[in-house]
Design a protein around this ligand. Structure first.
Ligand code: HEM
Length: 131
């Protein structure tokens, strides 16, 4: 028997679907972040982020099957991401995570790992000094 992946321990597809859907509801309603997203429809972006996070935590590798190597910093290069944008992103992600946990539950150790990862990853995406 193999060990469950973090993806499975976090609740698999339903957990990530709730998390990322709620996150993009927040982004869609945020006048500072929404204009950064190039497409009128946020759903394709929602699917890309969900696939990426599922893959990162040991779930299906659909992200790389469809998009290739993540190269996330490079893929964010076209967007001006300063610390304010990072903070907005993390605010929406934090609220989305609260919601996903309320709906699906989450082991506290997993929660800690996931929150720490999101902060580190968001820091790494900053590519522009403020002001
Ligand atoms: C720090 C603030 C961040 C901002 C402002 C930001 C903004 C954006 C924007 C504008 C896009 C293009 C939307 C699209 O896919 O069409 C995008 C794509 C994406 N972002 Fe972020 N992002 C941030 C952080 C992150 C973090 C921390 C992660 C991962 C943990 C992430 C993962 C992704 C992924 C997977 C895509 C799709 C890449 C692709 O396959 O093309 N982003 N982001």
């Amino acid at each position: 028997m193999s060990q469950p992946t973090p993806y499975e321990q976090m609740g698999g597809a339903p957990f990530f679907t709730t998390l990322v859907h709620r996150f993009y509801e927040g982004v869609g309603a945020d006048p500072a972040l929404r204009p950064m997203y190039p497409d009128a429809d946020l759903e394709p972006a929602e699917i890309r982020l969900r696939m990426f996070l599922e893959q990162y935590w040991g779930g299906p590798t659909t992200y790389s099957d469809e998009r290739g190597h993540p190269r996330l910093r490079m893929r964010h290069h076209p967007y001006v991401i300063d610390v304010a944008a990072r903070d907005r992103w993390l605010t929406h992600m934090g609220a989305a995570l609260d919601h996903a946990i309320a709906v699906h539950g989450l082991d506290p150790g997993m929660e800690q790992e996931l929150r720490a990862y999101l902060v580190t990853a968001a820091d790494a995406m900053v590519n522009t000094a403020a002001g």
